[in-house]
Write a protein that binds this ligand. Structure first.
Ligand code: GRF
Length: 213
């Protein structure tokens, strides 16, 4: 499976996927890391691991349509099977989303469908939520509305601020994203009527956590 990863910043989730592929026990490789930010540290992580990189700076485009078309071209040239958004901070056009239907996924640092959009750790704290977490989901034309593939849950602790909660969530993101990529590489992610079914899923109906808050 050929993977393209889109980053705008640090790329720690990219690193988690790089580490997964480097372990060599899955049939997947990252063939392109694409960024809209020339200084994104994720590009350096890719170079350090001999992965091809490309910068497509949105500032060089008048609007989203030609920018997204340039990204489509780069990803098609690299013949990607799966596109992973990993801290990619641009909204995507329907043209881009529809081009990659069923093979475009994102990680969001909250338990969707709660808290879509931005500043989601603060949103969780302000709402008094006892738990938050991370969600891997298919990308559709909406804002964080695509079918949910996998989630990780963390507690929201008393005294948390957005930064401490974000750090706790990010740690789990680094477990969750590789897990989801592995499921794709094993062809175990099925999208049926807008919902995801995982083939040969290990389920535990006793896996309940109750907070003390
Ligand atoms: C992560 O929290 C991700 O969920 C969000 O942006 C952050 C990216 O972090 N979309 P990194 O660039 O992978 O370190």
């Amino acid at each position: 499976m050929r993977i393209g990863v889109l980053v705008s910043g640090s790329g720690s989730n990219l690193q988690a996927i790089i580490d997964l592929c480097k372990r060599g026990d899955i049939a997947a490789e990252i063939v392109l890391v694409l960024s809209n930010v020339p200084t994104a540290y994720g590009l350096q992580r890719a170079k350090d691991n001999a992965i091809a990189t490309k910068v497509i700076d949105h500032k060089n485009y008048d609007n989203r349509e030609p920018f997204d078309k340039a990204m489509i071209e780069a990803l098609d040239d690299a013949r990607v099977d799966l596109v992973c958004l990993a801290g990619f901070m641009r909204l995507l056009t329907p043209t881009f989303v529809n081009h990659f239907t069923g093979r475009l996924i994102n990680i969001h640092p909250a338990l969707l469908p709660s808290f879509p959009g931005l500043h989601v750790q603060q949103q969780a704290i302000d709402a008094g939520a006892c738990f938050s977490g991370a969600t891997i989901h298919f990308v559709d034309e909406g804002m964080d509305t695509g079918a949910i593939i996998a989630q990780a849950v963390v507690p929201v602790l008393q005294g948390d601020d957005a930064d401490t909660l974000a750090a706790r969530i990010l740690k789990q993101e680094h477990r969750l994203y590789p897990m989801a990529v592995r499921l794709f590489s094993e062809n175990r992610v099925l999208l049926k009527n807008g919902r995801v079914e995982i083939v040969n899923c290990i389920q535990d109906d006793a896996a309940v956590i109750i907070s003390h808050k």
